[in-house]
Structure formats: C-alpha cells, structure tokens
Design a protein around this ligand. Structure first.
Ligand code: ADP
Ligand code: MG
Length: 406
C-alpha cells in the first residue's frame, strides 16, 4: 500500500518494444463530444516519456459503464474510443490509430505495424465481457491475448486501480511491468493526505449516494478534523438527524450506518457540518426553477438539488483556516446552471485555501473545470474517484498490488 516497492518507468528498457499502456481515458462525453479532456491530458507525461525512449505505445483503456457494453453496441453507436483517440492525436500532434477490436486480428495488425515512438489504441476494453469477470480463468484468458500484443506493461490508469479487471490486475502479472508517472504522482499526493496532514484537515464530501462513500467517511473520522457534507448524500444524514427531506435523494436503509458514522465522528472529536438551507425544485431537469428553502428541513414535494446560500457561507467559513483539504463529490447538481452555485462556492472557498488542496472524483474534477477554475487553483486535481477513496480508506488496490509484485 505504501507504493515504496512500486517500480517506475526508469526500471524498464522500452526501446523498440511494444509497451501495453493501461491508461484511464474514461472522459465524460456529450454524444461523441468530450466535455472534459482532463484524463487524456493527465496521461500525456507517460506517453511522451515512452515515445522519447523509442517505445511503441499501444494503449488499453475503457470508456463508459463498468459493464454491459459489447461490440454489437459499438456497431450501434455504443461507447467507442474513437473520440478519445482523435483527441489524443490532436494533443500529441500525431495520428493515433484505433483498432476495431481489443485483442483480436486488428489489434494484432496495429501492434505489428508500430514503429519506435508511434502511439495506437485498442478499442474499449469493456467491449470484452471478460475484462470485468469475477472468474479468474475468464479474465486470465483475455489477459493472455492482451499480453501477446506486446512485451512490456505500464500501469498508468490511476482511476481504474481499484478494479480487479483483466487489464488492470491480471495483465501486469504476465509481463515485465512498471507504474506510469500519473499513478506515481497520484499516490504521492494521497500519501500526503494519509501521513500527518497539516491541520486543520477539512474533508468536503458530496455527490449522489451516501452508501458509496460511507466506508471512507468512517476512516476519515480517524484523520480529518472537520467533515462538510453536501450533495445528495447529505439528505440521508439529515434524515438520520430527524429532519424532513421532502423528495430529496434518500437512502432510508442506510440511516443506521449513517447514525453510526455520526456517533463515531462525535466520539473522535470530528466536527460534522451538514446543510442548513437548500436550493430546491419540484423536479430534476435543466428547466426546473430553483427556489431557496431557508431551513434544514425540505418541504414535502420538493427535491433539494443544491446547498443554499447560508450553507455556502458556512462551508466557506469552515474551510477558511484549513491547511489540508480533500474534496470529493459536488454539493449540488452542477450539471444544471440553476443548481451549480453551491459547487462554485465550495470550489472557490477551497481554491482560496493556502495549503494542500486535493479534488478527487470524475464528476468533481469535471465540475471545477466546467465552472472555469484553472487547474492550478488546487494543489492537485485527481483523475480518480473510487480509486482515491479506496486508497484513503486503507483498502488494497488490486491494480497497485499487481504493479508492486515482481
Ligand atoms: P465524483 O464523480 O466526483 O466522485 P459522484 O459520482 O459521487 O462524484 O457524484 C456526482 C453526482 O452527484 C453529480 O452528477 C451530481 O449531479 C450529483 N448530485 C449532487 N448533489 C445532488 C443532489 N442534491 N441530489 C442528487 N444528486 C446530486
Ligand atoms: Mg462520479
């Protein structure tokens, strides 16, 4: 888990070799248009280094839902990596050909055609159901076919490291391997958050569901000084405290766990700050009209979609003296401008902090960029959501375990 045993690119001689580079290029798309290319940009340092050293780079990546897409969906316009390959080609200034399959005839042909310094991609790895199989032999068969495409494996897909998937966990065991620069950079930031972070250490959590993030909240109560909770998950917390939540997102079955986490935080001396007002609507949509409710209780028939102005100020106050901040999950439905003020306020308050500020999570990272915050407004914008949270929880990441193994 410490990453100290993690070999980097310098440990490999890649000249003239086909290097299978597992990257995380899972960008948000609006149709076929990439709305935030942050993950592609974050993958460039490793790609550049490999090219400079004369490697033949063949990229393996996923796009879209964890499960269920197939080659048949691709024919029907499903999540092909074509827009990603096109954008990567623009950023590199060289064409990036995309194989029509993952580890079949066209992938083999493209691998064989690469010259030193060239870059190509195979199609969305999740078109192969074996990628995400729970059965070792099934994943192993796909990993074997992938391994035959090249001679070396580089793991740089930080956002996928928590997945026990064929291209993340099984493939590195079959080839000489190393971690890419993005993975090393992400881990070094996360290590700062887990080893003696400067205090006060404030954690801001939001996003959709409480159930996704309860395990990490439990472990954060052991390191953080304050927890600010907004977003959809806040409503299960408010309900646990006896507040009315109207038609807001509520996971009633999680209330006992939420109450337990609140008790744990109280006994650890961690301050938990919940919304004191809300921006509500009568339905979720771009056309919904926003209304402020100046109370922690949400009226019947109303859905809370953002933190209100008093909560924005309260959160900003609780962030003002922070020396370390970790933020995961937008506090409102920022995708709709009427419900983006809370996310803008939180991003603004965090960017004003002088100390280590880390934004984690695919949607959170996309949100700060969509709202116009420059990347250098924060110490680090992580490319990983779940991977970062699992690391902070202290869970072993399968992809990291595989890269650390000799
Ligand atoms: P991240 O990808 O940064 O980890 P999540 O995936 O957990 O974040 O959550 C992001 C989603 O949470 C966004 O799509 C946002 O619209 C949604 N969200 C934020 N606030 C609310 C809310 N009050 N009700 C419902 N959904 C919300
Ligand atoms: Mg998300």
């Amino acid at each position: 888990m410490t990453g100290s045993a993690l070999p980097g690119l310098d440990s490999l001689d890649v000249t003239g070799m086909v290097v299978l580079l597992r990257a995380d290029l899972n960008v948000p798309l609006d149709g076929r248009t990439i709305t935030d290319d942050g993950r592609i940009r974050a993958s460039l340092p490793t790609i550049d280094t490999l090219r400079e050293r004369g490697a033949r780079v063949l990229i393996i990546a996923h796009l879209g839902r964890p499960k269920g897409d197939t080659y048949a969906d691709r024919a029907a316009g499903g999540p092909s990596l074509a827009p990603v390959a096109a954008r990567l080609g623009e950023l590199l200034g060289v064409p990036v050909p995309l194989a029509a399959d993952v580890a079949g005839a066209t992938a083999r042909a493209i691998a064989a055609s690469l010259a030193d310094g060239d870059v190509a991609m195979v199609e969305n790895i999740r078109f192969e159901p074996a990628e995400t199989s729970k059965i070792d032999e099934v994943r192993g068969e796909l990993a074997g076919r992938l391994a035959a495409l090249g001679q070396i494996y580089v793991g740089d897909g930080f956002g996928a490291l928590h997945r026990k998937h064929a291209s993340v966990y099984d493939l590195p065991r079959l080839l000489p391997h190393a971690a890419g620069q993005l993975v090393l950079a992400e881990l070094s930031v996360l290590r700062q958050l887990t080893t003696d972070p400067p205090r006060p250490y404030v954690v801001v959590l939001g996003g959709a569901k409480a159930s996704d993030k309860l395990p990490v909240i439990g472990s954060l109560t052991r390191v953080a000084d304050r927890l600010l909770i907004g977003g959809g998950m806040a409503y299960t917390f408010l309900a646990a405290q006896g507040h009315q939540v109207g038609d807001s997102l509520l996971e009633a079955d999680q209330i006992p766990q939420v109450s337990a986490v609140l008790a744990e935080a109280a006994s650890a001396g961690v301050e938990v700050v919940l919304p004191v007002d809300h921006v509500v609507a009568d339905h979720v949509g771009a056309d919904a009209s926003a209304e402020v409710v100046a109370s922690p209780d949400v009226p019947a028939g109303r859905i809370a979609l953002d933190i209100g102005p008093a909560t924005q100020e309260l959160f900003a106050r609780k962030l003002a003296d922070a020396k370390t901040v970790f933020w995961n999950g937008p506090p409102g439905v920022f995708e709709f401008p009427a419900f983006a003020d809370g996310t803008r306020a939180v991003a603004g308050a965090i960017s004003a902090v002088t100390g280590v500020t880390v934004v984690g999570g695919g949607d959170s990272a996309a949100a700060v960029r969509l709202l116009g915050f420059p990347d250098d407004a924060f110490t680090h914008i992580s490319t990983g959501g779940g991977a970062g949270l699992e690391y902070l929880e202290g869970t072993a990441l399968p992809g990291l375990t595989a890269l650390e193994a000799p």
